[in-house]
Design a protein. Sequence first.
Length: 640
Amino acid sequence: MSQEALSNLLRENRRFAPPADLAAQANVKESAYAEAADDRLGFWSRQAERLDWATPWTQVLDWSNAPFAKWFVGGELNIAYNCVDRHVEAGNGGRVAFHWEGEPGDTRTITYTELKDEVCKAANALTELGVTKGDRVAIYMPMIPETAVAMLACARIGATHSVVFGGFSVSALRSRIEDAQAKLVITADGGYRRGAPSALKPTVDQAVTDTVENVLVVRRTGQDVEWTDRDLWWHDVVDRQSAEHTAQPHEAEHPLFILYTSGTTGKPKGILHTTGGYLTQVAYTHWAVFDLKPETDVYWCTADVGWVTGHSYLVYGPLANGATSVMYEGTPDTPHKGRWWEIIEKYRVTVLYTAPTAIRTCMKWGDAIPAEFDLSSLRVLGSVGEPINPEAYVWYRERIGGGRIPVVDTWWQTETGAMMISPLPGVTHGKPGAAMRPLPGISADVVDGEANPVPDGSGGFLVLTEPWPSMARTIWGNPDRFVETYWSRWPGLYFAGDGAKKDEDGDLWMLGRVDDVMLVSGHNISTTEVESALVGHPRVAEAAVVGANDPVTGKAIAAFVIVRGEGEVDVEELRAHVGQTLGPIAKPKQVLIVPELPKTRSGKIVRRILQDIAEGREIGDATTLADAGVMDSIKKALDI
Ligand code: ATP
Ligand code: MG
């Protein structure tokens, strides 16, 4: 990273102190960092005690076969029991687990007692279908309560689930069914998206392979479906089961789920997570980072369940903590662009967890929309998925948070299983655009090419220096690729693929992927910086920047821009704006105005596809895009 670019980011010097009332009542205090640093394993051992174990562990961490970790060795527990039954046994069965909101406006309220009955029935149904401990089950569902029930039922009987995002194509679904050799697929006729039923079952029909014995189908939309001998309706098989089911404990290292990475940078990797360490860290971080008060908070994570955020912070973390959550089926602009804010007003949501892409989209729609709703119930705002630009952070804080409440920017990955680097809302000063510091019990650093920690005020590679409970255990079926991909660059260090910077206070700023740093005329410029500069212009809603090969400059910066507001935009003015903000070297050579950007299901821009466009190539693998139609509208706008 060039010095001039670094000093530019460092010029972002707005600071927001934690609100006094929140700080006074906060779940976690500053002292947690020192306690965890003094005795990291003792710290995680205490966090594991938030859970109910059938058999206590004898060893906190076995790292003798690094990088294949074993946490809480000898311990046994049941995840579904921890997420559901124990809250009922503690007298909280009447508490709402999910306020579910269907896109067409239908709703369901599910208490912990009701959730327990449903999970037990589904577990009995899976057993009747011959699914046993260790089998794999693929889940290809819309955002409906049965999706969480299906995941928990699998966890209860020890079947390993592989959730596949409901927007994925036949080939993406088939390759995941094949890779896991799934015995059962759980799906629905369809779900509601953008005001209309969107079919799922036909995709499953084409994707099933020989290992699949049955397809269990939830009726959600009532649309016509083709039927074969393999297919069973959920309501026929699950509803008639007994609501009694005794949860057997599973070993701490029993495989809980396989989940594929988003595929932003290439072929998705099937990440394996296990039981005890995973639940420990998701429960702890959900409680600490959102300052969760389960009796009074109404928590809403907008992530799709097909993404790791949906696993850890829509299903497992909140339920382990006995939280009340909102689950919403549809898109944020159906039937109107204020739908999210209406949901917050309706359920008095206190904690909102979403992604920068969604925040920027709402910015583009205009301040007037959220202003129509009462958002005063909110007390913590979270962000995840990509670096949040300072402008988006400040908009989120001001327009959604009323300027009163903290924003926590949480850095983590499918591979880390749970949050790793984030502010704590009652402790940390907020800096727009900074993820700040590793959470208590987590050890991270920024290093140079020789693995030496960089001094404050410099950038480098983000590494994790000690194992953590919710770490990936392997890549499913491919342990060599696990070692090669994450652990081979420097001995003993996990390298995440992301760049980061330490500011003068030693706080961490995420700079996106190291592959996204462009070498332009001998200067390193990160795509994130140029994007942030563009989004800082009042007419730019979203920007994606790539380095296109250029015979003269090495890389030439190409910017794809979505415009905000009415009327023509002067492309020269945008180029000049970047030049003024970051220096002339960072001025994009091309600025292309587009209606949409190609994104993964988690909202990340797939830059390699834009690079194909900028370099005039055939467009590469687009199977992990959340919406395949986007490429057509971009091509149309650019006339290619
Ligand atoms: P693939 O690994 O297949 O290319 P992916 O990395 O996009 O896909 P995920 O595991 O969903 O798959 O995303 C993790 C990545 O998201 C991180 O490595 C980082 O680049 C980015 N990210 C997540 N949260 C943040 C954040 N708060 N700030 C900056 N970047 C973030
Ligand atoms: Mg990744």
